[in-house]
Write a protein that binds this ligand. Structure first.
Ligand code: MSP
Length: 499
C-alpha cells in the first residue's frame, strides 16, 4: 500500500506564518498516521518561486526574485523542522529538474492539441496570480481575497483549452463524490464549472520570471501551471536515480486552502487529463485560520508567528491546538488566549496529568511494573473499535473529528481514575486484585491513546510510550487489552509543564 500526501507550495514572498504551518501540520498528521499503518508514505511540500507574487515582492525588497527565494525557502524548511514535519522532499520550483519537467509535460499538452494562441483581456490579481472570472470580481474591480485593485490585462498568450474539459469535469464530480472533500467544497467546484469553463492563459508575455515556453521563447508559463505540476515533477527526481511516479501517483490526498480551490479542483484535473495522467484520489479543501475574524495574512498584518509559539509551548501544543480549536475544513478563529486555555485545561490537565498520575501510581503501588490482569470490561466497551473509528475518519482527512474521538477517551480515563480511586484500593489489602486490574487498564488505555495521538503530538507521545515501557508504534497495536502486563515503567516529567 502506498500513500502520497501533498501541501500547496508556498510563495517565497514573505516569512512563513501560522496559516502556512497549518496545511503542513495536517499533511504530517496524515503521513504519520499512514506510516503507523505500515504503508509506504511520501509526503511532499515546498516553495512556489515564480510569477508576480514573488517577482513583485523582490522588486519591492530591491533583490532579484531568485535572491528572495534563496532568502525565504530556507525559512519554510526551518518551519517544517520546528513543526517536526516528516516531509520526504522539499521541492523548489526553481529546481532545474522541475523546470525541465514542466517544459516537457506542457509541451506534451501542446502536442496533444490542447493549446492555441489568443488574446487575453480581463482582470488580474497580481497577489493571487489569478485571471478573475466575473463572479470573482469585487466592488470597483477589486480582489475578493486581497482587497486590492485588479489590473486590466491585455496580452497575446498561449491558451490552455479548459473549455474542452467542461463535460469530463462534470462527469468526474458526478461520479466521484469524494474526489473533493468536504462535500460542500465539491459543490463550490461544481457550481464554478456549471457557469461554463473558459480557456485560460497558459503563458505570460509581460512577465519574465518563469519557466520559458519551449515552443515560444518570448513567453514564460503562467505560474499556476508551473506550480501545480510540482506534485508530479517532484516524484521524478526526489530520490536520486529513481522515478517514484509509478509508486506514488496518483496522490492519495492533496491538501489545499479554500482560496486556491479553483486552481486545484478545476484547472488541475483538466491539466492532468490533458497531459495523460490519472487524477488524485482526494483533494481536501480546508478553511482559514482567522485572527480577529480576519484571514491571517502577511498583507493584513495579523499573523501569529509559529516560531514564537513553538519556542514557548512546543510543536506538539501547536499541532494539537490548530486541529482542536478549528474544525478542519471550516474557518475558525484562533487567539493567544484560546491557545493558553487549551494548553492548560486539555494538554497539561486532561492528558499530561493523566499520564503523570498513572505512571506515578504504577511506580508507587506496583514498583514500576504494569500488573498482569484482565482488562476492565467497563473500559473495554468504551475503547471498543476506537482505532477503527479514528482510521475511518482519517481516511476522509477528518482530523478534528478523529481527535475528538480520541479526546473523549482521554476524558473517560480521567473519570475512571476518579471512579476507581486507586489510592483507596491501595489501602485495602483485600483489593489487590482490583487494584491490579485498575492499574493494568489505565496503562492499557493510556498506551492506546498514546498510539492514536502520536500523529498529532509526536514528541510527547514518544516520551510517554517509552515511559510506559513500550516500543511498538504500529496502529495494529492500538487495541485495548492487546498487550499483556509486565512492562517496566518509569516516572515522567510533566509532558506539558506550566508556562
Ligand atoms: N503558491 C500558491 C499555491 C500553489 S500550490 C500548486 C499559494 N501560496 S500561499 O503561500 O499564498 O498559500 C499557501 C497555502 O497557505 C494556501 O493553501 C492557503 O490557503 C494557506 N494559507 C495561507 N493563509 C492561511 C490562513 N490564514 N489559514 C489557513 N490557511 C492559509 O497560494
Amino acid at each position: 500500500m502506498s500513500f502520497y500526501v501533498t501541501t500547496p507550495i508556498y510563495y517565497v514572498n514573505a516569512e512563513p506564518h501560522l496559516g502556512h504551518a497549518y496545511t503542513s501540520i495536517a499533511a504530517d498528521i496524515l503521513a504519520r498516521h499512514h506510516r503507523q499503518r505500515g504503508e509506504d508514505v511520501f509526503f511532499l511540500t515546498g516553495t512556489d518561486e515564480h510569477g508576480e507574487p514573488v517577482a513583485d515582492a523582490a522588486l519591492q525588497a530591491g533583490v532579484t526574485p531568485r535572491e528572495l527565494g534563496d532568502r525565504y525557502a530556507p525559512r519554510f524548511r526551518d518551519l517544517l523542522a520546528s513543526l517536526n514535519a516528516t516531509n520526504d522532499f522539499f521541492i523548489r520550483t526553481t529546481d532545474p529538474e522541475h523546470e525541465a519537467a514542466v517544459q516537457e509535460i506542457l509541451q506534451r499538452v501542446h502536442d496533444n492539441g490542447y493549446v492555441h494562441k489568443g488574446i487575453y483581456e480581463g482582470w488580474y490579481c497580481t497577489r493571487c496570480a489569478d485571471f478573475k472570472t466575473e463572479s470573482e470580481i469585487g466592488p470597483d474591480n477589486t480582489c475578493l481575497i486581497h482587497f486590492i485593485p485588479l489590473i486590466r490585462e491585455k496580452e497575446e498568450n498561449w491558451f490552455f483549452e479548459l473549455s474542452r474539459f467542461q463535460e469530463p469535469l462534470e462527469r468526474l464530480y458526478a461520479e466521484r463524490d469524494d474526489f473533493v472533500l468536504p462535500r460542500t467544497r465539491a459543490n463550490e467546484a461544481q457550481s464554478f464549472i456549471a457557469q461554463g469553463l473558459q480557456d485560460v492563459s497558459l503563458t505570460r508575455q509581460s512577465l519574465k520570471w518563469g519557466v520559458p515556453v519551449p515552443w515560444d521563447e518570448s513567453q514564460v508559463f503562467y505560474v499556476w501551471f508551473d506550480a501545480l505540476l510540482n506534485y508530479v515533477t517532484a516524484l521524478t527526481y526526489a530520490r536520486e536515480g529513481e522515478d517514484l511516479t509509478n509508486t506514488f501517483w496518483p496522490a492519495s490526498f492533496q491538501l489545499i486552502g479554500k482560496d486556491i480551490l479553483k486552481f486545484h479542483c478545476v484547472y488541475w484535473p483538466a491539466l492532468l487529463l490533458a497531459a495523460g495522467y490519472e487524477l488524485p484520489e482526494h483533494l481536501f479543501v480546508h478553511g482559514f485560520l482567522l485572527m480577529d475574524d480576519k484571514k491571517m495574512s502577511k498583507s493584513l498584518g495579523n499573523v501569529l508567528d509559529p516560531f514564537g509559539v513553538i519556542d514557548r509551548f512546543g510543536a506538539d501544543a501547536l499541532r494539537f491546538y490548530c486541529f482542536r480549536e478549528v474544525p478542519f475544513g471550516q474557518d475558525g478563529s484562533i487567539s493567544p488566549a484560546g491557545f493558553e486555555t487549551r494548553y492548560e485545561t486539555e494538554l497539561a490537565n486532561d492528558f499530561g496529568n493523566l499520564a503523570s498520575r498513572t505512571l506515578a501510581m504504577l511506580d508507587r503501588y506496583r514498583d514500576g511494573t504494569v500488573p498482569q490482569a484482565d482488562p476492565d470490561p467497563a473500559l473495554a466497551t468504551d475503547f471498543d473499535s476506537l482505532a477503527a473509528r479514528v482510521t475511518e475518519l482519517l481516511d476522509r482527512a477528518e482530523l478534528t473529528a478523529a481527535l475528538e474521538e480520541i479526546w473523549e477517551r482521554v476524558r473517560r480515563l480521567n473519570r475512571y481514575v476518579e471512579e476507581r480511586a486507586p489510592w483507596q484500593l491501595a489501602k485495602d489489602p483485600g483489593a489487590a486484585g482490583e487494584l491490579d486490574q485498575t492499574l493494568y487498564s489505565l496503562a492499557e488505555g493510556l498506551r492506546v491513546l498514546t498510539l492514536l495521538l502520536h500523529p498529532y503530538m509526536p514528541e510527547a507521545t514518544g516520551k510517554l510510550l517509552a515511559a510506559l515501557g513500550q516500543t511498538e508504534l504500529e496502529l495494529a497495536a492500538a487495541e485495548f487489552g492487546a498487550r499483556p502486563g509486565g512492562a517496566a515503567t518509569t516516572a515522567l516529567e510533566p509532558l506539558f509543564p506550566k508556562r
